[in-house]
Design a protein around this ligand. Structure first.
Ligand code: GLC
Length: 546
């Protein structure tokens, strides 16, 4: 049974509308058996930490049977736990213990593609052209005289053509790595299989699903050429024949009916990269999914005017469909925001330079208070509560991101945010486990550990703990679909609020004087407030009781 914890005044079934959801990347969270890789038992043992941090739910990146060609986003068996992470009994224990602590568990579902080691694909390849199993993927003859050219001009997100040719002459489609063949969602067996997989995990007791590449499953009729070069530059801004096709919404309407058969408090979260927030809103119409990640917000620079614009457009887009907005700053696919904000704007989300670390951390802390003051649901990526920077100097020969090894792909530097997190000051892999860590942790990682920050006034960990506690206690914080802006603030600053509460943010590099809104609840860097006006330091956010 799902837990009955109610945040603020919400009905339990609506818990997700203002939930704070913590993303665990299982390989890098906690290693219970000392093999250098995190596992489900490690996560289970650390659930009390997450409960004390104050989050509502935990989203687990994939832990299914997988050759790990793309960090588990290449699934060979959707109903099995990979031995590197444990087994189904461990998954069961994790779900039960989480529920006993009033934490909900959201698992990742990867429906756009399987692993090339999935039984369907292996058999399809073995049986050769004409095998009915090939219809479950996108197998096609090539173009040109000897079929030596790919069936169309699509490029893989990870770089190179989106097609690979088999020795028997046929080509298959993979929008990501060649080890991730795209499933053909026009085939009824594919739809049936995923309905069954959903039920399998719902019966295991999970509280929801994060849907990987939720915008990708349906491809434009006839797989038309895209035309032109530099296709990847169009991602996220232009309409593409393989992303965000209207037909994908039929799949989600059918899935919602399945979810509705269970307790009414389970949810779907879409990873949908679309050209506009309005297109994203289509995924969270009342009969489809519940939430969609707000990647436009994640991509915004640390700039008051730009942040305000994207906050407004996000809320405006969600209001008509009745879904809460979501807010996210980091995940396992992008350079951690403490490092993004340490660098000049405009470098995108795959950054290779550490930048000014003190500046990045200062802004990251302020950005967190801003995010947690907004109405809607917020996502926290493991380690951001420790203020971790990205590890930008990993040796190339240790990198594992498949995109790093393919020319001119998107992504490529995602290992830097996947380095196992530090729990203790000292010891093998700083408390991650007894057997080292699958990616090397940098020197000084122990000083950022949970142990080093616990109970230390002003540490980033304590800032998160306090912010989450205040968010839970303050009536209405996180609720609703509106923010009320105060326009009488200096350029580069923001002030918004709701009854009884205000948040002020200074995104500039200099202190500004502003009117004192009330009593300080929490600040991302030290402030002295008294009198009618006060000094809001550079790159700082403050929460006020008014
Ligand atoms: C999603 C995942 C990413 C993965 C890709 C292909 O974007 O977040 O990690 O590489 O899908 O599955």
């Amino acid at each position: 049974m799902a837990p009955a914890r109610v945040t603020s005044t919400r009905e339990a079934a609506d818990w997700w509308r203002d939930a704070v959801i913590y993303q665990v990347y299982p390989r890098s969270f906690a290693d219970s058996n000392g093999d250098g890789t995190g596992d489900l038992e490690g996560i289970r043992q650390r659930l009390p930490y997450l409960r004390d941090l104050g989050v509502d739910a935990v989203w687990l990146s994939p832990f299914y049977a997988s050759p790990q060609a793309d960090g588990g986003y290449d699934v060979a068996d959707y109903r099995a736990v990979d031995p590197m992470f444990g087994n189904l009994l461990d998954a069961d224990a994790l779900i039960r213990d989480a529920h006993a602590l009033d934490l909900r568990i959201i698992v990742d579902l990867v429906p756009n593609h399987s692993s090339d080691q999935h039984e369907w694909f292996r058999r399809a390849v073995a049986e050769g052209p004409g095998s009915p199993l090939r219809e479950r993927y996108h197998f096609h003859p090539g173009k040109g005289e000897d079929g030596g050219l790919p069936p169309n001009d699509w490029e893989s997100i990870f770089g190179g053509p989106a097609w690979t040719r088999l020795p028997d002459g046929e080509w298959y489609l993979h929008l990501f790595a060649p080890e991730q063949p795209d499933l053909n969602w026009e085939h009824p067996a594919v739809a049936d299989e995923f309905r069954s997989i959903l039920r399998f995990w719902l019966d295991m007791g999970v509280d929801g699903f994060r849907i990987d590449v939720a915008h990708g499953m349906v491809k434009a009729e006839g797989l038309p050429d895209l035309g032109g070069s530099d296709q990847l530059k169009l991602l996220g801004t232009d309409a593409m024949p393989f992303f965000d096709q209207d037909g994908v919404h039929d799949i989600y309407r059918a899935w919602r009916l399945i979810l509705n058969e269970y307790d009414r408090d389970r949810i779907f979260v879409a990873e949908a990269w679309t050209p506009t927030v309005e297109r994203t809103a289509n995924y969270v119409r009342p009969d489809e999914l519940h939430q969609a990640f707000n990647f436009q917000y994640l991509g915004a620079p640390w700039d008051a005017a730009e942040l305000r614009a994207i906050i407004d457009s996000s809320l405006d887009a969600m209001r008509p469909v009745g879904a809460p907005a979501t807010w996210v700053l980091s995940n396992h696919d992008v350079t951690r925001h403490a490092t993004r904000y340490a660098n000049p704007p405009g470098l995108g989300t795959q950054i290779r330079t550490p930048g000014d670390r003190a500046l990045g951390l200062r802004r990251a802390r302020a950005a967190t208070l801003l995010m947690l003051a907004l109405p809607g649901s917020a996502y926290i990526y493991q380690g951001e509560e420790l203020g971790l920077p990205d590890v930008t100097d990993l040796p190339d020969d240790l990198r594992q991101d498949p995109s790093f090894f393919r020319a001119q792909g998107q992504d490529g530097f995602r290992d830097g945010c996947r380095v196992p997190i530090p729990w203790t000051r000292e010891g093998s892999s700083y408390g991650f486990g007894d057997g080292g860590s699958w990616l090397p942790q940098p020197a000084g990682w122990g000083e950022l550990s949970v142990e080093a920050q616990t109970g230390v006034a002003g540490s980033t960990l304590e800032l998160y703990r306090t912010a989450l506690a205040v968010r839970r206690e303050q009536p209405g914080l996180g609720d609703g679909t509106d923010v009320v802006w105060h326009d009488e603030v200096p350029t580069g600053t923001l002030r918004f609020g709701r009854s009884g509460f205000a948040c002020t943010v200074n995104t500039t590099g200099s202190a500004v004087r502003i009117a004192t809104p009330g009593r300080v609840l929490l600040a991302s860097s030290p402030v002295t407030a008294g009198g009618d006006e006060f000094e809001l330091p550079a790159d700082t956010a403050v929460w006020w009781e008014v």
